[in-house]
Write a protein that binds this ligand. Structure first.
Ligand SMILES: [Zn+2]
Length: 344
């Protein structure tokens, strides 16, 4: 029988985390971390208590009770029904079954959180998707000091080194000006939640008016309710385009609406644009490596500044990042389901 096992090890032994149906649970606590709503056999599952790190679709589930930031709760409400929630403020610890649980900003999208769980004298931190520093529309993210760190591995290879944010903004401005110089309408492509709002804010700061897809405007309105203001954004189709920049989701179905605007040129914002072969997949004319995840240097920085004695990697190429961290002197290993758990 064919299996997806690529590691020499059959499974990862961890005293801090357990797997069930490819979802991670904190050992000894009734607390799941970004659990899916589906078991591996595709049947639905509702966790009694789940930490929802942020409101992206691949991190949310229909659970009985969730812990998340107040900002994430507001963003979640437009995507799903939330039955019960616990929404601690940044840095304010709460008690969960005898453990001290605290949320810290993750800098990925507005409201995205890292969770610190302190129990039995051990401090365990799960980053969720994260990016160090301060985005234009996100809270400022710093590494959390802990004993055990569970970190995402999305860009866990040294080839993923992103330019500084100011350089990325320069690339964005150059793209827009090149379009205007050629009488083309500039279209920026970015995911509806997070990337699109960063793009709108960046364009506004550069002095451009912006037109957005209705799904992006919906999220912009929630950001505004949460204190991130947009001064020069209108919904696409509500008036003439003029010398404005369009921000749309990358999905083909959304892009089809652009046919009516005339000649345009697209640039997608994604860290994956470091890989030139991926550009074709996105179907955009250009790509700018503006990411809402850490690049490799930031992942290393987090490993170092967290002072964690043990690091687990997951999400993305966890096995490769763990090997790279080991080569840098860290006690790291991938947190992956056992061979048996992946079969059933
Ligand atoms: Zn995400």
């Amino acid at each position: 029988m064919h299996t997806m096992v690529r590691s020499k090890k059959d499974f990862c032994m961890s005293i801090d985390f357990e797997f069930e149906d490819n979802s991670i649970k904190v050992s000894g606590l009734p607390l799941w971390l970004d659990s899916s709503s589906y078991r591996s056999d595709k049947s639905p599952v509702r966790r009694a208590l789940n930490f929802t790190s942020h409101a992206h679709a691949d991190h949310i589930g229909n659970h009985r009770c969730i812990i998340c930031s107040p900002q994430t709760l507001e963003l979640l409400k437009v995507r799903q029904k939330v039955e019960k929630s616990i929404t601690p403020s940044w840095g304010d610890p709460i008690d969960i079954a005898g453990a001290k649980v605290t949320l810290f900003p993750a800098g990925h999208v507005l409201g995205s959180a890292q969770i610190l769980i302190e129990k039995g004298g051990r401090r365990i931190c799960y980053t969720g998707d994260f990016r160090l520093g301060k985005g234009l529309t996100t809270e400022e993210c710093h590494p959390v000091e802990c004993d055990v760190l569970l970190m995402e591995s999305t860009y866990g290879h040294p080839r993923y080194q992103f330019p500084e944010r100011h350089e990325l903004l320069e690339s964005l401005e150059e793209f827009v000006e090149r379009c205007f110089d050629s009488s083309l309408i500039p279209v920026i492509l970015g995911y509806t939640l997070g990337k699109a709002q960063e793009a709108v804010k960046a364009l506004e700061n550069l002095g451009y008016g912006v037109l957005v897809h209705p799904s992006i405007m919906k999220i912009c309105k929630i950001y505004e309710k949460l204190g991130v203001s947009f001064s020069n954004v209108k919904i696409f189709g509500s008036g003439p385009i003029g010398r404005r920049v369009i921000v749309f989701p990358p999905q083909k179905s959304a892009r089809e609406k652009l046919g009516i605007v005339g000649e345009f040129r697209t640039a997608i914002l994604t860290g994956w644009s470091i890989d030139s072969w991926r550009k074709k997949i996105f179907g955009a004319d250009e790509a700018i490596p503006y990411s809402d995840h850490c690049d490799y240097s930031q992942l290393l920085e987090t490993a170092r500044l967290s002072k964690a004695k043990k690091i687990y990697t997951h999400h993305g190429d966890a096995e490769r990042l763990a090997l790279l961290l080991q080569s840098e002197g860290f006690d790291a290993e991938p947190l992956i389901p056992s061979k048996q758990q992946r079969l059933f």
